[in-house]
Design a protein around this ligand. Sequence first.
Ligand SMILES: Nc1ncnc2c1ncn2[C@@H]1O[C@H](COP(=O)(O)OP(=O)(O)OP(=O)(O)O)[C@@H](O)[C@H]1O
Ligand SMILES: [Mg+2]
Length: 259
Amino acid sequence: MTDNRNYLGHRNGIPAGRRGECGDYLLYADRLYKTYPDGEVRALNGVSLGVHQGEYVAITGPSGCGKSTLLNMLGVLDVPDNGEIYFRGQPLTTRRDLDNFRARQIGFVFQSFFLIPTLTARENVQVPMFEGPRLSARERAKKADDLLALVGMSQRAHHRPMKLSVGERQRVAIARALANDPVLLLADEPTGNLDSENADKVLDLFTALQKDRNLALIVVTHSDEVAERADRVVKMRDGRVVADSGADIIPTSDSAATS
Ligand SMILES: Nc1ncnc2c1ncn2[C@@H]1O[C@H](COP(=O)(O)OP(=O)(O)OP(=O)(O)O)[C@@H](O)[C@H]1O
Ligand SMILES: [Mg+2]
């Protein structure tokens, strides 16, 4: 087995030899490792992945292979044990304003929506705006209305989540993810709870967002249909990337060491 230590722990910037590569990507994950403290399982075992602005990437693989763990790292909701994530060439793990950065640049869509039950759709969409650029109450409401219109939910703006269908809740969650005009949208099984009609609506929305807003989309999915709609499919197994239909496959630490 290769000793990875030479490649890791470079927390003061992009490691020599990788600067050019990182700079071309919106997001560049460099050899991520993660073992959860209460288990022997290495959830990520040297994953590298570069994603361009406006690119639509599907991440697939068997249950337990590390997809959600990777997505959480890419969205800096969790930190790797080793490795680094670069956003426009800048390392993220040492950034001090991470909460602010995340709120303004990244939108999340989770499988179980996490809408606040006591708030209406229109209010739920506004929640992230309190961490984004300062807006007046009127501007926030207007923006929420625009986003609800974008996801086809204007008619339900004043309903609370309990009074919405599952597909409608997911569309509100997508509108909320767009509240601060992110450049990167991360979605974990966004159609997992939806019937095929609602799943199609969400997929159409993703395609439109990619085209109209030049959003980078990274979508974790078990669904072949979702994967087919993406520009690129990244397959994982046992904490590693085992296939990548994208043009620029980044060598893992093992293959880099032997090349
Ligand atoms: N918080 C945690 N604590 C301990 N182990 C965890 C934790 N989260 C995930 N794991 C383990 O890490 C591995 C990767 O989990 P992960 O959730 O990333 O898989 P996944 O590919 O998203 O699976 P699924 O398709 O079922 O959602 C699994 O073996 C899982 O049991
Ligand atoms: Mg998962």
